[in-house]
Design a protein around this ligand. Structure first.
Ligand SMILES: Cc1cc2nc3c(=O)[nH]c(=O)nc-3n(C[C@H](O)[C@H](O)[C@H](O)COP(=O)(O)OP(=O)(O)OC[C@H]3O[C@@H](n4cnc5c(N)ncnc54)[C@H](O)[C@@H]3O)c2cc1C
Length: 422
């Protein structure tokens, strides 16, 4: 695509954002002052509409803008569930009133978000959730329990999926609410994982209040709205969760680094959960196993798998940039990442031997103390988070291969009857 001046859209966007940053970026502003300027410019979320803190550009422009921000060392919009999940969901389904109240403070970082979807009995079967929201004169009264909620311990608002109609079939009785987290009816308890990190929380809701105006989409249509949030969640590349390297020192950069430290803390172990195939050669050399033909064979198998997956992802990205509809590449990517993570953990185990189980001061590998044991304990998460391997296989079978659909026992049945039949 070319602009009237003959430049490609990418060159045009690059030139525009660079010129704006040259004039506007001032590291000595406070973070709040800088983010206000950024939100007004539309460069914080270039793919969002102009009237809502964006510039109405194609999604692909965001990468070019991010590169220019990195080049200038300028602070970008805050990371986390706000820009990635809440913003796109409100933009697609929210009223103008919700957009006015929530989008700009999300872009400036004045408010932060968490996602309240999964429950102890509703993970793969998310539409079977049982958190109850009952209407009263002022809004909704919510009781139930959520789990696996990243950042719920410091979020201002939760994206809450709750059941408002028990007589409708399970997908049709859900409503999507914006829950104020700081209130007496909301109790957040951190969960510690087997790898030692505490990234998630349980959230207990006991007559928590949601104002009547905080419904995204129509009551009872929450499932459709939730699908938008889930689609954006799946699109979230792990790389986007790495802490940004804020360039020069300055007040805005310092304050942004503190903000990022807190927002990114839950994701510190995510590189290890991917199995770290990038580390196997280095580790084989360090352990004196690089000449072992069996080790070499396993490394080559792993690298082949990892590179094929990377090229498939690049093909999918190129197709998207050309405006083609999503193909099967996206569906296989999640399953491929599970397989790669497990294969990488096996190769690391082969190289490290029993010493790989040691962590902290006991780890003889020094430098990267405990990283191998952290890989072993983190890799299983890839096969569960964002939809289990079994569920991914069902999706591939039904939507890509066109095989018979899994029988839906409770389709069309009022949810109240599903619950009472156990
Ligand atoms: C690291 C991590 C991060 C997470 N982050 C979030 C988050 O940010 N937000 C959020 O809401 N949730 C999050 N989750 C929760 C995650 O979405 C659920 O754990 C997942 O969907 C599985 O649900 P479950 O744990 O209830 O297991 P279940 O659904 O009870 O599944 C148990 C087992 O049964 C199998 N199974 C279930 N149904 C079927 C079926 N129909 N066919 C074949 N096999 C089936 C599953 O594959 C699995 O092996 C996270 C989980 C992890 C591990």
């Amino acid at each position: 695509m070319t602009s009237p001046g003959g430049r490609s859209l990418e060159e045009e966007v690059r030139a525009q954002v660079a010129a704006w940053l040259a004039a506007a970026w001032d590291p000595e502003l406070s973070l709040a002052q800088w983010r206000a300027r950024l939100a007004d410019s539309g460069w914080a979320c270039p793919a969002w509409p102009r009237e809502w803190c964006g510039r109405g550009l194609p999604a692909a422009a965001a990468g070019v803008v991010a590169q220019e921000f990195a080049r200038a060392g300028a602070v970008a919009a805050p990371e986390g569930a706000g820009l990635n999940l809440a913003g796109p969901t409100i933009l697609e389904h929210g009223s103008d009133e919700l957009k006015r109240r929530f989008l700009r403070p999300t872009v400036t970082g004045e408010i932060s978000w968490c996602q309240l979807f999964s429950e102890p009995g509703a993970g793969s079967d998310l539409a079977g959730l049982r958190t109850r929201a009952e209407r009263d004169a002022d809004g909704f009264v919510v009781s139930g329990q959520k789990v696996w909620n990243t950042s719920a311990n410091h979020a201002d608002f939760g994206l809450l999926l709750a059941r408002t109609d028990w007589d409708a079939p399970k997908h049709r009785g859900l409503t999507y609410l914006i829950l104020p987290m700081r209130q007496p009816g909301v109790e957040v308890r951190p969960l510690r994982q087997m790898n030692g990190h505490a990234s998630f929380n349980e959230v207990f809701l006991d007559r928590a209040r949601v104002p009547a105006g905080n419904v995204i989409g129509d009551p009872g249509r929450g499932w459709t709205v939730a699908l938008t949030t889930l689609a954006h969640e799946r699109r979230l590349a792990p790389a986007a969760r790495r802490p940004p390297a804020h360039g020069p020192a300055g007040r805005a950069a310092r304050e942004a680094a503190e903000e990022s430290e807190r927002a990114m803390a839950p994701y510190r172990w995510y590189p290890q959960r991917a199995g770290r195939p990038d580390l196997v050669i280095e580790r084989a050399i360090a352990a004196g196993r690089a000449a072992d033909p069996l080790v070499r064979q396993e490394i080559v198998k792993l690298i082949t798998l990892a590179w094929s997956a990377r090229w498939t992802a690049q093909r999918a990205a190129a197709a998207r940039a050309l405006g083609r509809p999503p193909g099967p590449e996206g569906s296989v990517a999640k399953l491929a990442s599970s397989n790669i993570a497990r294969a990488a953990a096996r190769v690391h185990a082969m190289i490290a031997g029993p010493a790989g189980q040691l962590a902290g001061a006991d780890d003889p590998a020094g430098g990267r103390a405990g990283i191998i044991s952290e890989i072993f304990l983190s890799v299983p998460a890839v096969s569960i988070a964002g939809g289990t391997d079994q569920i991914q296989r069902t999706i591939l079978a039904e939507r890509i291969l066109g095989l018979a659909r899994e029988p839906a026992r409770d389709a069309g049945v009022p949810f109240r009857e599903v619950v009472s039949s156990g």
